[in-house]
Design a protein around this ligand. Structure first.
Ligand SMILES: C[S@@+](CC[C@H](N)C(=O)[O-])C[C@H]1O[C@@H](n2cnc3c(N)ncnc32)[C@H](O)[C@@H]1O
Length: 236
């Protein structure tokens, strides 16, 4: 009986919906890591990190903080311990939307007078609007020039047929990949939300456009998820 989302994935490696979910995780992580690499920023804050391993591939001199729920941080620590691998990031146990984020980051060693990249991947769609607003309000404390990389789900009318059928299949699944999406947004709406919170969108693209997919029976491009990078503007 699978006991975690990881076991669930491992129990059915050829299941097409799970394979697509893994591809999406790889694509968004690659997008964020490429932006971190070219930004020259030396602090990387990963919100809703889960089992994100970007800290292990970060350029030299970059420090990474891994924010997630206390239970998930503990689970991650236990998995690394069991594997005999030293984790490269600093865990920060915070419930986004409920706990103050910035004091916890400062406590964990983030230098707030220096800019940072915040990667918030696979998370926006699971936070309600109130929690999202609270997180964005917290992030106002970050230094101008900081970078915010997000992915979010497009509203049903903006999805293509492949995206609609993937979303329908995903919502029918159990085991940790089928949680309901609480928020969707058009790229324009998302740019407005970020703009109101002090972040100027400098790049927005469909996740599928970042992939060079060769023909594969399990994987196909779909219009469903949008990747965005925004930059913290000078304090108003
Ligand atoms: C779908 S996973 C994404 C993991 C990883 N960032 C990725 O891109 O694959 C969502 C993660 O967000 C975390 N999460 C969800 N709600 C959260 C909250 N309110 N506060 C902190 N973490 C949260 C979950 O525990 C989980 O690890």
């Amino acid at each position: 009986m699978p006991s975690s989302p990881l076991d669930f994935q491992l129990s059915a490696p050829d299941e097409p919906v799970l394979a697509s979910a893994r591809l999406s995780a790889v694509a968004r992580s690659r997008y964020a890591e490429d932006r971190l690499r070219t930004s020259g920023l030396r602090q990387h804050i990963v919100l809703g990190a889960g089992l994100d391993t970007s800290a292990h591939r970060a350029p030299g001199g970059v420090r990474t903080w891994l924010v997630d729920l206390p239970d998930v941080c503990a689970w991650r620590t236990s998995l690394f311990r069991r594997a005999g691998v030293q984790d490269a990031g600093v865990p920060v146990a915070v419930q986004l939307g409920a706990d103050p984020l910035v004091p916890a980051l400062a406590e964990a060693g983030v230098e707030l007078d220096q800019p940072a990249q915040v990667s918030c991947l696979g998370v926006v769609m699971y936070l309600g609007l109130e929690d999202l607003a609270a997180v964005l309000a917290d992030l106002r404390a970050l230094r101008a020039g900081s970078s915010l990389v997000t992915d979010h789900v497009l509203p049903p009318r903006d999805r293509d047929a492949a995206g609609r059928s993937y979303a329908a299949a995903l919502s029918g699944m159990a085991g940790g990949v089928g949680e309901p999406w609480l928020s969707t947004a058009t790229p324009e709406h998302w740019a407005g939300v970020l703009g109101d919170a002090g972040w100027d969108v400098v790049e927005s693209c469909p996740e599928a456009s970042t992939l060079a997919l060769r023909s594969h029976p399990l994987l196909r491009p779909q219009r469903l998820v949008q990747l965005t990078r925004a930059v913290r503007r000078e304090q108003e």
